[in-house]
Design a protein around this ligand. Structure first.
Ligand code: PLP
Length: 435
């Protein structure tokens, strides 16, 4: 049997020794923080390139590309990746023991840290592999009779809409999807439309915290309060919000929340969590069967069989990284990066955005831009093939344009390069992207 000391000793010989030579993200942030004035505001710090150059060095990314699709999935800081690799090596030495007896129980540390960070009880947090799994546990696990209604929006994530549509085909529930304006200048428009769409048969309301198409942050707490007054439960899709900007459960007041930690938490690919309000756990069936004794336990949602502990255990390191950096600083920098290219093109008449760019409190790392007369797919292809800039083309009823999402490791020179190219497109200098 391994003691912790022996584990560490073995790991040093086998793999963790490598980590020591790689960059320690926490030390990097500590060092950078010592060089900035005390009490500097996050907004002021957002323009301090010395500080952010240090943060950038915590990541080892492929800088032959300019990655402006960090909303899809994020790279991890080297320390997180190395942690995960070390856990994989350690698992492999004696899997049936090292995985189940040593690594898996340590998921409890991750659960406790997630609960603290989200502002809920440990017993309300299930570790999942992504947002999809977290959301589908609720979407498929709540009892609904034929004729019962669920309410959502056309701007919610396609997989989540497909999940409800499948229940409609299979069990005869009704799925009601409302639309709302882009940009959403007035939150009341959305809240009122949802309220009007609630009927006595509505049981569950699904709403995104950040809309994947546009980067719009939605007023989840107002929606939850309105829905709760009508006896409707609220499921919040937080794929893009957790560790993107600071908030807690009390700011949302939802009943269920699902997120992916491989997006804005920079944790390993294949990590996420689900929050379920205490009294509701027993009302939700897990996706994979669990014994009766787990009916009231959050762990019934984790009965997925053998899986890598390496990914979810390395979440602890990613959470430490976010804490050390500070979410106020993170969101201020992300807005700063986006405003830098937005300001270059916003005065052009042929340019429109997916969000109200004059009110950065409504968005963060994700912003969509559309240029009149330009084909979105051709533009994304041109940016990638000609300039190695990765963006997401969006062609949706609610919004067409490219979605731009830099990250904390993005350099100012990369944003400026993108802005130079975009300005040429806006000025109609690039004929190949025209419709
Ligand atoms: C709003 C939203 N929900 C759910 C998902 C699914 O996330 P995952 O693929 O990590 O499960 C995404 C992915 O981008 C998303 O944007």
């Amino acid at each position: 049997m391994y003691s912790r000391r022996e584990f560490l000793k073995g790991a040093f010989i086998g793999g963790i020794s490598l980590t020591l030579f790689k960059k320690d993200a926490l030390a990097i942030i500590s060092k950078a923080s010592k060089n900035i004035p005390k009490n500097i505001s996050p907004e002021k710090l957002s323009a301090n390139e010395d500080f952010w150059n240090s943060v950038q060095s915590a990541f080892e990314v492929d800088r032959t590309f300019i990655n402006l699709n960090n909303g899809g999935v994020s790279p991890s800081p080297s320390i997180v990746l190395n942690n995960q690799k070390d856990y994989i090596d350690f698992t492999n030495r004696l899997p049936a023991y090292n995985l189940w007896r040593y690594l898996e129980p340590n998921v409890e540390t991750v659960r406790a840290r997630l609960a603290k960070s989200f502002g809920c009880l440990k017993s309300e947090v299930a570790i999942t592999r992504n947002t999809s799994e977290a959301m589908e546990i609720i979407q498929n696990g709540i009892d609904l009779k034929p004729g019962d209604e669920v309410l959502t929006t056309i701007q919610d994530y396609p997989r989540m809409l497909a999940t409800f549509d499948q229940r409609a085909r299979r069990e005869g529930i009704t799925v009601n999807k409302i639309s709302f304006p882009v940009p959403l200048k007035n939150f009341n428009v959305l809240v009122n439309r949802l309220e009007k769409a609630i009927t006595p048969k509505t049981k569950l309301l699904l709403v995104s915290h950040v809309v994947y198409l546009t980067g719009q942050i939605l007023p989840v707490r107002e929606i939850s309060r309105m829905a709760h007054e009508k006896g409707v439960l609220v499921l919040c899709d937080g794929a893009h919000s957790f560790n993107h900007f600071p908030f807690k459960l009390k700011d949302l007041e939802c009943d269920f929340f699902g997120t992916s930690l491989h997006k804005w938490t920079h944790a390993p690919v294949g990590t996420g969590f689900l929050y379920v309000r205490k009294g509701l756990i027993e009302k939700v069936w897990p996706l994979m069967g669990a014994p009766k004794k787990l009916d009231k336990s959050i762990k019934k949602f984790e009965q997925i069989g053998t899986h890598p502990a390496a990914a979810h255990n390395a979440v602890a390191e990613a959470l430490a990284f976010n804490e050390k950096l500070g979410l106020e600083r993170k969101i201020a920098r992300l807005r700063y990066l986006n405003l830098r290219w937005i300001n270059r093109v916003k005065s052009y008449k042929n340019v429109s955005f997916s969000v109200n760019v004059e009110d950065p409190s409504q968005w963060g790392a994700l912003v969509g831009v559309n240029i009149k007369g330009v084909d979105v797919r051709k533009l994304a292809d041109y940016l990638f093939k000609r300039h190695k800039i990765l963006v997401l083309p969006i062609r949706h009823k609610a919004f067409r344009g490219i979605r731009v999402s830099p990250s904390i490791y993005t350099q100012i020179s990369e944003i400026d390069y993108f802005a130079d190219v975009l300005e040429k497109v806006v000025n109609n200098e690039i004929k190949s992207v025209l419709k």
